[in-house]
Write a protein that binds this ligand. Structure first.
Ligand SMILES: Nc1ncnc2c1ncn2[C@@H]1O[C@H](COP(=O)(O)OP(=O)(O)OP(=O)(O)O)[C@@H](O)[C@H]1O
Length: 224
């Protein structure tokens, strides 16, 4: 089984207001195609860890590998390229551009990567919307759709560059239970049917139980 993501001896400190050792010797691997969840009490360091794993934070000790390539220590520009190409994100809040259409929002990360023509990107974006059963919303403004629909658009946007892994920080946290189930089931389907690698932080034990593996954190450490 090949490894998509690996964390080796990750330690992280916050220096203000006082020195605080927030992540303590984090080690784990994520196999390609696995659906992994991270759980743990509020404040144990889940978001801080996800921020490092998603390459958005470079201020840590230890090594991070993506597709067996060392990410740590690369230039900001290279890391930004790798992130855009290989990692898709879904946050608790969707962060869609409200004045743009659904289709334009989904196209954005591919435009940024600038490796395909406008027409190809548009075609890819429509395909992702179709996978998520929201192709009928393509021309609508992002501000004019429901919360559950917005989160599905955010997933389509995360998929647009065919990333190696999708990461989510409480991706169902801001939704009512019906829409939370719906979004979780989309992740589950992407994992089961498309073989996607997924890593989500969640407080929901029922959701976590349906993933392939639960990483349990406590006080900045992985305990299980
Ligand atoms: N920029 C910062 N400076 C100092 N301390 C911070 C900073 N960001 C987070 N912390 C602290 O680090 C700890 C871990 O925070 P983090 O957000 O990673 O926890 P979490 O497990 O994701 O919590 P939650 O489930 O509530 O989102 C907390 O004690 C938090 O107060």
């Amino acid at each position: 089984m090949s490894t998509v993501l690996e964390a080796k001896h990750i330690n992280k400190y916050f220096r203000k207001p006082t020195l605080f050792h927030v992540l303590k010797d984090i080690n784990f691997k994520i196999n390609r195609g696995d659906f992994t969840s991270i759980m743990g009490k509020s404040g144990c360091g889940k978001s801080t860890l996800l921020y490092i794993l998603s390459t958005m934070d470079s201020d840590y000790e230890g090594q991070l590998y993506l597709n067996n390539e060392l990410i740590t220590g690369n230039s900001r520009q290279k890391i930004s390229y790798i992130r855009n190409k290989h990692i898709g994100f879904v946050f608790q809040f969707h962060y869609l551009l409200s004045e743009f259409s659904v289709l334009e929002n989904v196209m954005l990360p591919a435009k940024k990567l600038a490796e395909k023509s406008y027409e190809e990107i548009e075609y890819d974006a429509m395909q992702k919307l179709t996978i998520l059963n929201i192709d009928h919303l393509a021309k609508k403004r992002a501000s004019r759709i429901s919360g559950g629909e917005k989160q599905r658009v955010a997933i389509a946007r995360a998929l647009i560059n065919n990333p190696s892994i999708i990461m989510g920080d409480e991706p169902t946290g801001n939704l009512d239970s019906y829409n939370a189930d719906n979004v979780f089931n989309i992740f589950k389907r992407l994992s089961d049917e498309e073989g996607l690698s997924l890593l989500i932080v969640t407080h929901d034990q029922d959701f976590a139980n349906q993933t392939d593996r639960i990483i349990q954190m406590s006080d900045g450490r992985i305990i299980e």
